[in-house]
Design a protein around this ligand. Structure first.
Ligand code: ARG
Length: 456
């Protein structure tokens, strides 16, 4: 099979070499972007009087036919075509004859591949930002619906202080808000036109890169030809943003695994998103949550793959760079699927408010509030902390909670205690007092929900 680049070769390509170097099975996914880029390039070539308008129209018409053929699955991708760029160009020449050979004027595959990937990633990043918003909306709805639910808050996986379940849910909402900012930042650096830098040095034709940029809606044009064909930073940044996002989702997934266990019973996951065991009939396994947690391995791995690919790689283009696409595509697909199934899982779970309240009873979680009570009565915090510590010891020895103690028992520890300690340690009052900015007081949480709902 004659190669488009075959002029200087005497011998033909070894089959194993062809298979080893071909990327078509992976990069054929970029076909629509490759054609969009070529349409803009041909239009720019005509506008710059590098090719005639007639030739450009033939090229444009040919490319549109090819697009249809690919979309209707009539196009056969051949391994010998090496990559999607060659496959489409070869088909164009076969279709419209030698005019098709003019398309690759003032262009190299090195800038072409980057154009395709940047166009692809721009769309996918926008899609991912949308999906994050979807998940955020679901979290806001869950938070609003369960605004009255109180749960034990944990530090060190030990019951720490009571908080609103909604407040906890909003913690994930705000993580996702940062994720969205990160992806939006990635988008700024992805949204730069690479086409027109040629193989590495620039091109010998009076091309109009700003015009191509306008056609393809790129707000910026890349500034250095050597950097342009070497740069994969925008992919690395995307993979890094994806890694942080998947880390967040893995933490949420882990909560759901724990919370749906019989040790917690804070939530019940929908049957539709759980599976059974092949041997233990009683089991209902949180597989979706486990897999969300597990996907992070692959996503981090893909980031490592790209960082390693680029480490120490001399400028400018090297064929190594072709290896960027598999990790990128895998991350895009996994992140999109994971975002949408996480939404379904959260939306369909049942919140077990009673169980949360029940589990809280033994937690002595009002201890910090009691210490603050003594501070209000004039004691320095360190002293009150120590006194309440002794009170906790007393409760543990007698298996009592703070609400079961009599005032006389409180007063054994400090004469500052009076009858008002009892309303003070009611859970709802403990919550209501957490009014500091970002605190779990219901009025604060509700205001936060309302404020964030306005963003959508
Ligand atoms: N398929 C290559 C890639 O994905 C683009 C082609 C550049 N190849 C070349 N021999 N200059 O990076």
């Amino acid at each position: 099979m004659k190669k488009l680049w075959g002029g200087r070769f005497k011998g033909s390509t070894n089959k194993q070499c062809e298979d080893y170097t071909a990327s078509i099975q992976v990069d054929k996914r970029l076909y629509a972007y490759d054609i969009a880029g070529s349409l803009a390039h041909a239009t720019m070539l005509a506008r710059s009087h590098i090719i005639s308008l007639r030739d450009a129209s033939k090229i444009v018409a040919g490319l549109k036919v090819i697009l249809k053929e690919i979309e209707t699955k009539k196009f056969v991708f051949e391994q010998s075509d090496e990559d999607i760029h060659m496959a489409i160009e070869k088909k164009l020449i076969a279709k419209i004859g030698p005019v098709g050979e003019k398309l690759h004027t003032a262009r190299s595959r090195n800038d072409q591949v980057l154009l395709d990937v940047r166009l692809f990633l721009r769309d996918e990043t926008e899609d991912i930002i949308q999906r994050i918003s979807q998940l955020q909306k679901i979290l806001l709805t869950v938070a609003e619906k369960n605004i009255k639910v109180v749960m034990p808050g944990y530090t060190h996986m030990q019951q720490a202080q009571p908080i609103l379940f909604s407040h906890y849910v909003l913690a994930y909402y705000f993580m996702l808000k940062r994720d969205k900012e990160r992806f939006a930042q990635c988008l700024v650096r992805t949204n730069v036109l690479p086409l027109g830098v040629g193989a590495l040095a620039g091109v010998n034709y009076p091309i109009k890169r700003e015009f191509t940029a306008k056609l393809l809606k790129f707000p910026k044009v890349s500034e250095n030809s050597v950097d342009t064909v070497s740069d994969r930073d925008f992919i690395i940044e995307f993979l890094a943003a994806s890694s942080v996002l998947i880390m967040h989702l893995s933490r949420l997934a882990e909560e759901l695994v724990l919370w749906s266990s019989s040790e917690f019973e804070f939530v019940e996951l929908a049957d539709a998103f759980c599976t059974g065991s092949s041997i233990m009939p009683q089991k209902k396994n949180p597989d979706v949550a486990e897999l969300i947690r597990g996907k992070s391995g692959k996503i981090y791995g893909n980031l490592m793959a790209l960082l390693t690919l680029l480490k120490g790689l001399p400028l400018s283009y090297n064929r190594d760079l072709q290896e960027d696409k598999e990790p990128l595509f895998a991350t895009v697909d996994t992140v999109k699927d994971t975002l949408s199934i996480t939404g379904e899982l959260v939306k369909s779970m049942k919140v077990q408010a009673k169980n949360m309240a029940h589990k809280m009873a033994k937690g002595l979680m009002e201890a910090t509030d009691i210490a603050d009570y003594l501070v209000l009565k004039g004691l320095p915090f360190r002293q009150s902390h120590f006194i309440v510590g002794s009170l906790v010891k007393y409760c543990l020895e007698r298996q009592k909670d703070f609400h079961a103690l009599k005032l006389t028992e409180y007063r054994r520890f400090s004469p500052k205690f009076s009858q008002d300690i009892f309303p003070f340690i009611k859970i709802e009052n403990c919550l209501n007092r957490k009014k500091s900015t970002g605190g779990t007081a219901p009025q604060k949480v509700l205001a936060s929900i309302k404020k964030e709902q306005k963003d959508f």
